[in-house]
Design a protein around this ligand. Structure first.
Ligand code: NAD
Ligand code: GLY
Length: 369
């Protein structure tokens, strides 16, 4: 069934309307009519990687060529370990070599790594050029392509360098998920579960009942999960684009998760896997602070387990976790700010977690400690 659904991301209207649309459906990759309004110069750079290029690049390029849009491709190495300055520079080299101008849009064709790199390149090349997202992983379709966070990793901290820079359009072809490895699919489901946990108990309940269909990539179930996730993210980003308040809740599990990714070496744990284990840590801390019930924690653990995701962190010394967590972007005046759960469907920000409780959580939630 080729039904297309759309979600609007409403942003402030001054100095220009930066709101945009997320289109979601099967076989949208060749719907060039949706892209054309954003390609005024009829020229575009497509940024992708060595894994995605053989799967989807030619399909997109030939559909654009049919509409007289001139394109060139920038094909980057694949992997979280390449989300860095050196790779960003490869994008700038190609843009300059092809004499790209202020009106030449960059199209990100790929997962969160490609989207974050391309968005940051678009934010900084000539001080800003148009940027379009065509996300091809579940994680990118439900999270990273929406909301305008772009950037790269630093050896000392995850996503520490970047810019808020919104795309003009997000084109989500859920049929691209058919080629996604199982492990990557599960990592994306971690971010889908996050939306239920922070904002929508009914959606969490729906996920408990549809996890098998999601893992089986049933198109209708998948499209609903993507749409509901995007609706929740769009609502939160519209309220707080620059994360001065409620948007921080989208980082449930990320303070612990980023520490795992950084300590294990970028790419060893997938982002979604680290978020899954990190969410159980945040839930454990919430229990110790008498916010959430153990019954809710059991449900959360069961859903992550049923999705095939890790529920314990790797065996890293608690001091190493703490060191990495001090470099989190949410740290304010030296205090780590945690996203905690009051119950399934309601998250809250807390910057006064007692250190002994945090150490108890780290000890309890790390495998083999
Ligand atoms: P990824 O971009 O590394 O993609 C995962 C793997 O799947 C890669 O090997 C990729 O080449 C491959 N792939 C992509 N699409 C495919 C397809 N359709 N078929 C087959 N293989 C495919 O990882 P990801 O999980 O998409 O993104 C993780 C990144 O996103 C992290 O760097 C994380 O920090 C970032 N992120 C950013 C935001 C944000 O708001 N900007 C939000 C969440 C995560
Ligand atoms: N992924 C968290 C955010 O976009 O704010």
């Amino acid at each position: 069934m080729n039904v297309m659904e759309s979600v609007e991301v409403a942003l402030d209207t001054s100095p220009e309307n930066r709101g945009y649309t997320i289109h979601i459906g099967q076989a949208l990759l060749t719907r060039i009519d949706l892209l054309l309004p954003h390609l005024p110069g009829k020229k575009a750079a497509i940024v992708t990687n060595t894994t995605i290029a053989p799967l989807y690049l030619e399909k997109l390029r030939s559909a654009l060529t049919e509409q007289q849009v001139e394109t060139f491709a920038i094909i980057l190495p694949d992997g979280e370990q390449y989300k860095n300055w050196e790779t960003l520079n490869l994008i700038f080299d190609a843009l300059l070599k092809h004499r790209c101008e202020r009106k030449t849009p960059l199209i990100a064709l790929g997962g969160g790594v490609i989207g974050d790199l391309t968005g940051f390149a678009a934010a900084s090349y000539l001080r800003g050029v148009p940027f379009l997202q065509i996300p091809t992983t579940l994680l990118a379709q439900v999270d990273s392509s929406v909301g305008g966070k772009t950037g790269i990793n630093h050896p000392l901290g995850k996503n520490m360098i970047g810019a808020f820079y919104q795309p003009r359009l997000v084109l989500t072809d859920s049929a691209t998920l058919t080629t996604l490895p199982d492990r990557e699919l599960r990592a994306g489901i971690a971010e889908v579960i996050k939306y239920g946990l922070i904002h929508d108990a009914t959606f969490f309940d729906w996920l408990e009942h549809h996890i098998k269909q999601l893992l089986a990539r049933d198109p209708e179930t998948m499209n609903y999960a993507i749409r509901r996730s995007c609706e929740i993210k769009a609502e939160i980003v519209s309220l707080d684009e620059r994360e001065s308040g409620v948007r921080a809740l989208l980082n449930l599990g990320h303070t612990f998760g980023h520490a795992i990714e950084n300590a294990m070496g970028y790419g060893a744990w997938l982002h979604g896997e680290a978020v899954a284990a990190g969410t159980l840590m945040a839930a454990d801390l919430s229990l110790r602070l008498q916010r959430i019930t153990s019954q809710d924690i059991d449900r959360i653990r069961r859903l992550f387990e049923n999705a095939g995701l890790p529920t314990q962190g790797p065996d890293i010394a608690p001091e190493r976790y703490l060191e990495s967590m001090q470099l989190d972007k949410k740290v304010q005046d030296g205090a780590i700010r945690f996203i905690l759960l009051d119950r399934i469907g309601k998250a809250t920000l807390d910057n006064s977690v007692p250190a002994p409780l945090l150490l108890e959580t780290l000890s309890a939630c790390i495998a083999n400690v």
